[in-house]
Design a protein. Structure first.
Length: 356
């Protein structure tokens, strides 16, 4: 006995394409619609303009599903999960309230994706290709952008992400604006995050920032490419990181460790500190960087628990009003080494506070 036809409001519109109608059904089941061809060369999202009609889904169709879509089938949870699709036209979810998870795996977007002022249950864009992402004041538990390619800019300022923001191995051609960003757990930009112009986390409130082995400012930064002044966080990791023109952490409050070991700042202006840590408060600070590239570091007014540096051959330091509890490494009979360290960093001038 055949099942009765579903009411019209539970069936996709007749004028939708075959992949769009399949997405309607997958959305109701909470299952994935996988449109990938199965060959790496054919599934590379950067070649999405060449994908045929059998892989194309219009942006407004996705908006209809997310904002006014059908209910879940009995015993299922709705979710939008699509892989290997070419999203054509604008996908504008500005100010939307979305009650399901949104997954785009290795998808290609023809236009800017807008999530400005939206509230959703997590957004996954892993491995996708976008012209730009506009997500200012987004509210969600997780924004996952691992391995994503964004030709232009990522706007996430003022967003509230209650768990993680993942940008591991992402490639952003322009800048990432994360000013006033709030993240309950980690801002992850590890293992090859590439930002062409600059990354700003000014006045952000984040449990942990991890930028290990990232490359920031390599494609046109004119000033310090990494700015996180007045940042409040538990841990700030930027070891093995390459940054153009400068790093600014002035006024940051870090309850744990700031790790800048093996970081390289290239192209910094002469006379300006390559790394500015003025008025920073941190339990532990590691500034064992490469002197040949990172020539100077300002620690003026900083308050540090343990300061880890290279007393022989490290960057020149601006030390006025620096307060610390201990220095490391501090081998036996290190007095002469540290006195030489002070004289070199003070440029022959005598300032009583650093000696005290």
């Amino acid at each position: 006995m055949t099942s009765p036809p579903e009411p019209d409001n539970l069936s996709p519109p007749d004028d939708w394409s075959t992949p769009e109608r399949r997405l309607w059904s997958a959305f109701r089941d909470g299952s994935i619609l996988d449109l990938r061809a199965g060959l790496p060369a054919d599934d590379n999202p950067t070649t999405g303009t060449a994908w045929g009609a059998d892989r194309q889904i219009r942006g407004w169709v996705i908006a209809v599903l997310l904002l006014d879509g059908p209910p879940a089938r009995s015993g299922k949870v709705r979710a939008l999960h699509v892989a290997g699709a070419r999203v054509t036209g604008e996908l504008n979810l500005t100010s939307a309230t979305i009650d399901c998870e949104v997954h785009f795996d290795a998808c290609s977007f023809s236009d800017v994706l807008s999530l400005r002022h939206a509230t959703t249950l997590s957004v996954y864009l892993c491995g996708s290709h976008l012209p730009e992402l506009s997500a200012e004041a987004l509210h969600c538990p997780v924004l996952d952008m691992r391995d994503v390619i964004v030709e232009g800019n990522v706007w996430i300022q003022g967003s509230n992400i209650t768990i993680d923001l993942n940008l591991d191995r992402a490639n952003v051609g322009g800048w990432i604006n994360g000013n006033l960003l709030t993240i309950g757990s980690w801002f992850n930009g590890r293992f090859g995050l590439s930002v062409g112009k600059w990354l700003s986390l000014a006045s952000a409130r984040i449990n942990g920032v991890d930028l290990r082995r990232s490359d920031i400012g390599h494609a046109g930064a004119t000033g310090p490419a990494l700015g996180a002044h007045l940042l409040a966080c538990g841990t700030f990791r930027a070891s093995d990181t390459r940054v153009a023109h400068g790093i600014i952490l002035s006024g940051a409050q870090v309850s744990g460790e700031v790790d800048l070991s093996k970081a390289v700042v290239h192209g910094s202006s002469s006379g300006e500190a390559a790394i500015r840590l003025d008025e920073v408060q941190a339990r532990r600070l590691d500034i064992d960087t490469a002197r040949s590239d990172t020539s100077s570091i300002s620690l003026q007014g900083a308050t540090i628990g343990t300061l880890v540096d290279r007393p022989q051959g490290g960057p020149l330091l601006e030390l006025d009003a620096l307060a610390y509890k201990r220095l490391a490494p501090l081998p036996p009979r290190s007095t002469s080494i540290r006195l030489t360290w002070l004289k070199e960093n003070l440029g022959g001038h005598y300032l009583p506070q650093p000696y005290e």
